[in-house]
Write a protein that binds this ligand. Structure first.
Ligand code: BGC
Length: 746
């Protein structure tokens, strides 16, 4: 009886909700139309114009042109960025309320990895492979930002990056389209919470559309030249995932894609995004990218640039003034139909209505909420947890880690031992004047109050001086164990921070050699926003932890891992090269006609003569203080074939064979053995993060759907081809523990 009632009630309830949502949407659409009908052309164009506040510029600022507040009062501005805090936002919203139609402003901000509490950089969070934790981090960021006047974040950045020279690799989720898509969904859900319109949600932005991460040579802003198949297969999936998750806006990108700047690219913005994907939100340009089409050589002047951009589907102009200065004339000259402008305005107004700004323009401007929402203790704890999950234990020979809390003397050596604000990394905000950041030194002392810590800087991050080496060696000699904190400066990654040399900078690796020569056990912690090159360290130092930039709680989190209060569980979301000469290097490559049989095979095969083919650390790599054994792989019901649309089940057992409780990220890869065009040697198709107690054994099951075996053919149709598929289960892309094949028949 109960069951049948449920059966009746559930669809009914869903129906009521759907009707309600539909009615709500209808009324929003009607309100948008009613408002649009009242707007002059100038007011419409004003909605498409976005200005920077007075600071934090990442490009040329148009500050000298007029007074922004006056322009807002005249209805010439639809959104502002880099205005933070309820006081400041109020000043700007007050100005908007003095405009004829009182259309509220959007307040955009790069809330990239936290607002007041800084979370690990996005690449670090990606190393957690923990979607719930990532979603929670963004939820907290949104809760803080929305209490501070912000209603729109320019995040998540979804650019796949196969080139660690590119400075913005820190801002994304690494090299893999599947992992990137899962993270895209988690981040959008985190930022937008129960939906835009909830008081603690911010509207998210999927950026940068598209292929910005494939800048030639890893040089920021550079051109991108790629096949459309690679675009669809590797670079677009995270954006599609964000669109499917209901992301409010997209931002286009600085690069040209095969000769057409993304900002003027109708194929990307109209055909794919607004056409095939039916995206109903709006597209904001990147900073000045409309005007930059002149430098690209795509438009003669701002007049032409505005025409190209609006025609191609760029709805809002961030800081180039091309729209505000040219659209009216373009309409008068009949170069741009007013219907195009109406479409862009509609999209923007719809979001303002959905955010609830017409009901209350000050909805996110509440000083009382601002006072209590920032830096809450439970959120600091979540930041610590996220930071712990983001670290990757690259190496741990002879189980040097975890450390005992009873060690008498520990030497802390290196330029980043006392780092505080550096731990925040690039794209962090200075909301709280960097108060409350925990350094590694502080974290270590918090954990082992009875240990004597001896500190020596040893050397600077950059520079050639060895002046500090002697002190550092002396400190090491007095200690039972040495912990070295080395790495990049935080502003060596980020926008416009590409580097041709990604070795650990300066003399740091020389210092590591000098300390190792003392014969003391050495643990190296590496902090950076990208994969660095550190072959000597990788080969000679027993224990290495990659600690990225872990944010406000970095020091506590690092100490948690070093002392074993947390058992590391991170896995690399991007390949670490042995040398810059291997770049681009990624796990999901094709096989070539002459693949090397081994790392030392050079006989007329695809290999470097002066460098091994394998990476220093592969995608998916990451150790734990415990060990996991994989056993008994079974291919469900369809042992030898997958027919029609029926999914296939893959299951196996994972056992914790060590002494510590630990989390393992079990990874499922496939290979389509023969196909036209060819397929990669491995493609990640699923993963699960599981916690096992010592001795515990658990069955893990994955379901492979037919679409996961599909790919884009040369005509960009998504197809599956019959034949043999290999299914690989592993602990990393280069550590496959179990495998079986099956035949796909049509
Ligand atoms: C960056 C964007 C960012 C914008 C606003 C640009 O330079 O490329 O990612 O959102 O500035 O700060």
């Amino acid at each position: 009886m109960k069951i049948s009632l449920k059966l009746i009630c559930l669809p009914l309830a869903l129906c009521v909700i759907a009707t309600h949502l539909f009615a709500q949407q209808q009324t929003i659409d009607q309100k948008v139309e009613a408002l649009l009908a009242k707007m002059t052309l100038d007011e419409k164009i004003g909605q498409l114009n976005q200005y920077n506040g007075d600071w934090e510029a990442t490009g040329p600022v148009t500050r000298d042109v007029g007074n922004k507040l006056d322009e807002i009062k005249q209805g010439r501005v639809g959104a502002v960025l880099n205005i933070m805090g309820t006081d400041h936002c109020r000043t700007f919203q007050d100005a908007a309320m003095k405009s004829r139609l009182k259309i509220p402003l959007l307040f955009g901000q790069d809330v990239i990895h936290g607002y007041s509490i800084t979370f690990p950089i996005p690449l670090a969070e990606a190393a957690s492979w923990d979607m719930a934790a990532i979603e929670k981090a963004e939820r907290i960021a949104a809760t803080e930002a929305s209490a501070s006047g912000i209603n729109w974040t320019f995040a998540p950045m979804l650019d796949i990056a196969r080139d660690p020279r590119w400075g913005r690799v820190m801002e994304g989720a690494g090299e893999d389209p599947y992992l990137g898509s899962q993270i895209a969904t988690a981040r959008v859900k985190g930022f937008q919470g129960n939906g835009i319109g909830s008081p603690d949600a911010v509207m998210a932005t999927a950026k940068h559309f598209a292929a910005y991460g494939a800048a030639i040579g890893g040089r920021d802003y550079n051109s991108v030249d790629m096949s459309l198949r690679t675009l669809w297969e590797i670079y677009l999936p995270p954006f599609k995932a964000a669109a499917d998750a209901g992301v409010g806006t997209f931002m286009n990108s600085f690069n040209d894609l095969n000769g057409t700047p993304a900002t003027g690219n109708s194929y990307l913005q109209r055909d794919i995004l607004k056409g095939a994907w039916k995206f109903k939100g709006f597209v904001v340009s990147d900073w000045g990218s409309i005007g930059e089409m002149i430098n690209h050589g795509y438009a003669k002047d701002n007049y032409e640039a505005a025409q190209e951009a609006i025609t191609a589907g760029s709805d809002m102009d961030m800081e180039s003034r091309s729209y505000i200065n040219n659209l009216a004339k373009l309409v008068a000259d009949k170069k741009v139909p007013v219907t195009l402008i109406d479409d862009a305005v509609r999209r923007i107004l719809r979001k303002k209505f959905e955010l609830g700004l017409f009901d209350d323009p000050y909805k996110f401007i509440n000083p009382e909420r601002e006072k209590t929402a920032l830096n809450r203790p439970e959120n600091l704890e979540a930041a610590r947890d996220m930071a712990r999950k983001s670290m990757v234990l690259l190496k741990n020979d002879n189980n040097l880690l975890p450390l005992s809390k009873n060690l008498k003397t520990v030497a802390l050596i290196g330029p980043l031992v006392k780092a505080e604000k550096e731990l925040k990394g690039f794209w962090s905000l200075d909301v709280d004047q960097n108060k409350g950041i925990v350094s590694l030194m502080e974290g270590m002392k918090n954990h082992a109050p009875d240990t004597k810590f001896i500190y020596a800087e040893g050397c600077k991050i950059t520079g050639t001086s060895h002046d500090g080496f002697a002190d550092a060696i002396a400190a090491a000699k007095k200690a039972n164990v040495v912990i070295m904190a080395m790495g990049e400066a935080p502003d060596m990654t980020g926008e416009a921070k590409s580097r041709s040399n990604i070795h650990i900078p300066g003399e740091q690796e020389e210092l590591i050699k000098a300390i190792k020569a003392t014969g003391k056990p050495v643990v190296v912690l590496l902090m950076a926003g990208r994969p660095m090159v550190f072959s000597w360290t990788a080969e000679n130092i027993p224990s290495i932890v990659y600690a990225w930039w872990l944010g406000t709680q970095g020091g506590n989190a690092m100490a948690d891992a070093l002392y074993g209060d947390y058992n590391p569980s991170g896995k690399l979301p991007i390949t670490f090269p042995r040398s810059e000469g291997q770049i681009p290097i990624y796990y999901n490559h094709y096989n070539t006609g002459r693949p090397a049989k081994s790392d030392t095979d050079l006989f007329y095969v695809s290999a470097y003569n002066d460098l091994r083919n394998s990476p220093q650390y592969a995608f998916g790599h990451g150790l734990s203080y415990t060990t996991f054994e994989y056993q008994n792989m079974e291919l469900g019901k369809f042992k030898s074939s997958v027919k029609g649309l029926k999914p296939i089940q893959v299951s196996f057992m994972v056992k914790n064979t060590g002494k510590f409780a630990g989390e393992e990220v079990v990874q499922l890869y496939i290979r389509d053995m023969v196909s036209q065009p060819v397929r990669p040697v491995k493609e990640l198709k699923d993963f699960k993060k599981i916690l096992l107690q010592p001795g515990e054994i658990r069955r893990v099951t994955f379901t492979i759907k037919r679409d996961e075996l599909a790919f884009y053919n040369d005509r960009l149709e998504r197809v599956t081809q019959p034949g043999t598929f290999q299914i690989m289960i592993g602990s990393a892309s280069d550590d496959i523990r179990l495998q079986k094949s099956f035949e796909l028949t049509n």
